[in-house]
Ligand binder design. Structure first.
Ligand SMILES: [Zn+2]
Length: 149
């Protein structure tokens, strides 16, 4: 029996937030990625949205709960490359063209190695810089991905 949501209830946002966060596993061992443990469709987590009565991207749902509305036409780029991650600090709202331009090898896997940790730290620092209005920098040679990384 699916849960019944009263979207007009004053408690709706709090109840929905609890529903969403019950499906997130925060694991600092994975660089603070917030792993989606709810429904998965393709490579991405999906979350039921009572406002539209269907599932949609879990990372978008969490972003809207934590950060705010996503401007029309923007997609959320997984800076950490972990497609099941819904941590807003690991996501960047960009136009789809920018998302494909940034396309990185080795997506859809967890960051375990020391080099991966350094690369993620660098990418998150870049994200912070870009949000402050700076131009992105070239990835340092020692953090570049080799074909077989
Ligand atoms: Zn992440």
């Amino acid at each position: 029996m699916p849960r019944k949501w009263d979207v007009n209830s004053p408690d709706f946002t709090a109840l929905y937030r609890a529903f969403v966060f019950a499906r997130i596993e925060r694991d600092p061992g994975l660089n603070d990625c917030w792993l989606w443990r709810g429904t998965i469709s393709g490579d991405y987590g999906t979350c039921f949205d009572p406002l539209i009565n269907r599932h949609r991207g879990a990372h978008r749902v969490v972003w809207e709960l934590e950060v705010g509305p996503i401007a029309p036409g923007l997609v959320l780029d997984h800076v950490c490359t972990n497609k099941l991650c819904v941590n807003p600090h690991h996501l960047d709202a960009v136009p789809p063209s920018e998302n494909s331009r940034r396309g990185r090898p080795g997506v859809s896997r967890y960051w375990r190695e020391e080099k991966d940790r350094k690369r993620l730290a660098w990418a998150l620092d870049q994200l912070k810089r870009m949000r402050e209005g700076h131009e992105p920098q070239a990835i340092p040679k020692n953090l570049r991905l080799a074909r077989d990384d």
